[in-house]
Design a binder for this molecule. Sequence first.
Ligand SMILES: NC(=O)c1ccc[n+]([C@@H]2O[C@H](COP(=O)([O-])OP(=O)(O)OC[C@H]3O[C@@H](n4cnc5c(N)ncnc54)[C@H](OP(=O)(O)O)[C@@H]3O)[C@@H](O)[C@H]2O)c1
Length: 285
Amino acid sequence: MLKNKKIGFVGGGNMAEAMIKGLLSAAFIKAKNLMVSDVVAERLEYLHREYKIRVTADNRELAKASDILVLAVKPQVMEDVLSGIGDLVDEGKLVISIAAGIHIQVIEDHLNLEGRKKVGVVRTMPNTPALVQEGVTALAVSAHVSKADLKVAHRIFEAIGKTVDVEESHLDAVTGLSGSGPAYIFMIIEALSDAGVKMGLSREVSNILTIQTVLGSARLALDSGKHPGELKDMVTSPGGTTISGLHTLEAGGLRTTLMNAVEEATKRSIWLGQNAKNEHTRKEK
Ligand SMILES: NC(=O)c1ccc[n+]([C@@H]2O[C@H](COP(=O)([O-])OP(=O)(O)OC[C@H]3O[C@@H](n4cnc5c(N)ncnc54)[C@H](OP(=O)(O)O)[C@@H]3O)[C@@H](O)[C@H]2O)c1
C-alpha cells in the first residue's frame, strides 16, 4: 500500500525517527522513498547515516518530492513551516500532522489551500511508546480525506503501534489520556518500585518485578479482552492480601485521582490549542 508512495517528514526529531524506524523495520516502505527535512544539520547527517534515507535542509524541496507530508515539528513553529510550503501542496498530496493542539482548520489556513481545498489533512496524536513500536495513535480527518488516504494514514501509524479513529473534537481527550498517559504509568512504576525497596527488596529486583507486572497486566487485559474488573477479581481472594491493598488504594482515591488527571490534562490541551501562538511569543520575550 505504501510501497510506491514517497513520504516526507518535516522535522526529524524523536517522533519522526520513531516513525521512520517503524516503517523500515516493518518493511512497509523502502528507505529511498523516505525523506526528512530539518534545521539541524547534525540531525540530518545522523538520520541519513542510520537509516539510509534521503535528507534535506529545505522544507520546500521535501514538499515537492513527497506524496505524503508528515508534519513533525513542534507546534510553535508549525504555522511558519506551513506558510513556507503551502504553494507546493497540490491536490494529489496527503498531509498528516502529529503536532499537539494544531487544528485541521489552522493547517488548511496556513497552507493557504484556498482553491485546492481537496488536499486531505489527517491530524493525529501518537504517544512516546512509539519509540519502541508500542504506541497508540488517534487519527482525525478533514472532509477531503478519502477512504484510501485514511487507510494509508493508518498503515503509517501501524508501523509504531495501534491506531484508532476519532472526531477531531476528541483529540484533546486523547491527549489527556494516551498522550500524557505514559507519564502517569511511569510515575506508577516509580512508586511501586519505591514501595518494593521500602519493603526490603533491592532496587534492581523491585524494578523488574514492577515493570513486568505492568507489562504483563496490560498484555493480559489486551489478549483476554476481559473487563479489567473481572481480571482484578481473579487476583482478589476473600480475606487475602490483594483486597487489603485495593482497600488502601480506594482510601487514597486512586481512581478519582487518575480521572482528575486526565480531565486536567484534557483542559490544558484545549487551552494550549487556543493559545499556542501567544504562549510561544511570550516565551521568546
Ligand atoms: N514526543 C511526544 O511524546 C509527542 C507525542 C505526540 C505528538 N508529538 C508531536 O510531535 C511533534 C514532534 O515532536 P518531537 O518530540 O519529535 O520534537 P523534536 O524532537 O523537537 O523534533 C522536531 C525537529 O524539527 C526541527 N525543526 C524546528 N524547526 C524546523 C523547521 N522550520 N523546519 C524543519 N524542521 C524544524 C527541530 O529542530 P530544533 O531542535 O532546532 O528546534 C527538531 O529537530 C510535535 O509537534 C509534538 O507536539 C510528540
